[in-house]
Each structure stands twice: as C-alpha cells, then as structure tokens.
Design a protein around this ligand. Structure first.
Ligand SMILES: [Zn+2]
Length: 274
C-alpha cells in the first residue's frame, strides 16, 4: 500500500504523515504553547515540501525538532528548521559528526540523479539539545518524554512518549510493512529494548516507517526479535548453522543474514546478554 498523502491525527493533537521515498514517517506533537516536529525527511528539498505541509495543520510552526536517530532518511532535512532547539541523543550527534559525510556518500549510490543533487545540497545537522537517559519537553499542558531505552536498531534510538495521549513514537525500533533494518543494530539487545517500549503501555505506536499501529505489534515484534536473538546466539556459539538460522528466522533471508553478521560483530566486542 502506498503511503497516505495527508496528515493523519493518530491521537489528540498528534499528526503523522508518511512520505516516499522509504515510506518514512514525520510526526507533529502540539501543546498549548509548543509544537514538536519529530524527524525531517531525507533532504532540504524534501523538508521544504514538509514545511508547506506543516502549514496545513491547525497549529503554529514547530518550536523544536527531535530526531529519532542518525539515519539520513530521518534527519537530513533538519537544517530546514533553523533557530529552534534540535533534540537528539548524544549518540545520534556523535554518529552524525563522525560518520555523516561518509554516510551521505554511501547513500548517493542508492539514489537517482535528482535525489543525489538534493542529498548533496543538504548539510549534516548537528543536534544542540542532547539527551542522555531521559528528558521532558514541556509543550504547554502536554509533556513529551524523550527516552533512551537501550540499544536496538542503532546504539542511540530515541523513543518519544506522550503520556496524556498514550502515544509512543518508536523510530526504527519498529517498522510496519518492512522487516527491521539490522545494518547498525544490536540483535541481542533489541528484544529487551522493545520490552521497555512496551512497558510504556501506549495505545498508539508510531513506527519509523509505515502505518501507525498499536501496542499489539510491539509484542509481536519483541517475540520475533527474541526468537532471532536466540538463533543468532546459537549460530555465533557454533551450535546452529547459519543455514538453519536462515530457515528458522521470523524475518526474510537478507534481513537475517545482516542480523547474523551484526550478532557476530557485536559478540566480538561484548558478551551477548541472556
Ligand atoms: Zn533507521
């Protein structure tokens, strides 16, 4: 199903819009005196369109921006919103600072010519409000909690929780309509991190990509990730072949291959958890 092309109010004064390329989500959370924009698309060009779409909403322009993580499809439009706080995890800023330029070069190989031009013209954002652990943003009669709940899709996934609306923005810890992406992931830690997201007990879950969903999908994903982590542990420990893990995996073959590679790489740096 192609992304919807309109804002969807998923909870009171929380709007999500799905964008191609990548079926990536942008979310707006509004309070009485503040409006938080979460994620900013892949380029300044795309963010200019986003700014026009933001004007359709019955709320003022964003007063702050938050980035769920450093992958460029979520953050490279951020410099289109200058002069307001840019929230992200400290790890997100470190990743953008250390690897942002090289990552842009890597992305260029995947994009068509027009997208390449837009990507080149988009500066790497440098978040200036850094989250370590948790932080509360007061939007006026509404708080948003910015939470680091553990490694998963990356080592710096920021989860946003709006308690009064029972809504969680999970970033790419959860995707809908696509398998999880393991290229920078921590397969052994991902299930426990998802359990912490689940413990927030939200009714509405906004994934990083795809249609907004519910708490029920969190439980399914956690179980799938736990299953995959067990397979990875056995494969890394030499008690299961990679071929067997690929067959047993709840995720597609290519996804599982990347997860197995990441499991081996992260095991060499640390002992996998139980
Ligand atoms: Zn991502």
């Amino acid at each position: 199903m192609p992304p919807v092309t309109a804002w969807q109010e998923v909870a009171e004064r929380i709007w999500v819009r799905r964008y191609d390329p990548f079926d990536v989500n942008v979310t707006v959370v509004a309070g009485d005196h503040g409006v938080l924009l979460v994620d900013t698309r892949t380029s300044l060009h795309e963010a200019a369109e986003l700014r026009r779409h933001l004007a359709e909403l019955p709320v003022p322009a964003p007063t702050a921006v938050a980035l769920t993580h450093a992958h460029l499809d979520h953050c490279l439009g951020a410099t289109a919103f200058p002069g307001i706080p840019l929230f992200a995890s400290r790890g997100c800023r470190e990743t953008l600072t250390r690897h942002g330029v090289a990552e842009k070069e890597r992305w260029l190989t995947w994009l068509d010519e027009e997208q390449q031009v837009h990507l080149r013209a988009s500066p790497i954002p440098i978040p200036d409000h850094l989250i370590e652990g948790r932080h509360r943003v007061d939007l006026g009669n509404r708080d948003v909690e910015l939470l680091l709940l553990g490694h998963g899709h990356t080592d710096h996934d920021l989860v946003l929780h709006v308690p009064d609306a029972a809504t969680v923005l999970a970033g790419d810890l959860v995707e809908v309509g696509a398998p999880p992406a393991f290229e920078d992931a921590y397969p052994f830690e991902w299930p426990a991190t998802l359990a912490r997201v689940e413990a927030l007990d939200a009714e509405v879950v906004v994934p990083g990509h795809g249609a907004p969903t519910t708490q029920a999908l969190l439980a399914i994903r956690r179980q799938q990730h736990a299953h995959l982590a067990a397979l990875c542990r056995e494969a890394v420990g030499g008690v299961r072949s990679s071929a067997s893990a690929l067959v047993m995996s709840p995720f597609p073959e290519r996804t599982t291959r990347v997860a197995l590679d990441r499991a081996a790489a992260t095991t060499s740096r640390s002992t996998p958890g139980a």
